[in-house]
Design a protein around this ligand. Structure first.
Ligand SMILES: [Zn+2]
Length: 80
């Protein structure tokens, strides 16, 4: 993996981050827009050292909540 990857959404751009889980690369813009995490709701063992997650976790969690839709009671707490 020596050569530069291209962005998943922008094949004409060089990627600046890589999702280690999916082995997919993304450009700066995608990172800024938090498009760079495909499954923020799912567990990811790479998250501890993931640049994408570090920058996008708030947005990702928010989207995750919206995706679930509606208030869900019972399960409380989590990481945080
Ligand atoms: Zn991109």
């Amino acid at each position: 993996m020596e050569r530069m990857n291209k962005c998943r959404y922008h094949p004409d751009r060089d990627a600046c981050v890589v999702c280690q889980k999916m082995e997919v690369s993304y450009c700066q813009e995608c990172l800024d827009n938090c498009r760079a995490c495909t499954d923020p709701c799912l567990y990811c063992k790479f998250r501890q050292g993931c640049v994408i997650w570090e920058l996008c976790r708030r947005e990702a969690k928010k989207r995750c909540q919206e995706k679930k839709g509606g208030p869900e009671k019972g399960k409380k707490g989590g990481e945080g």
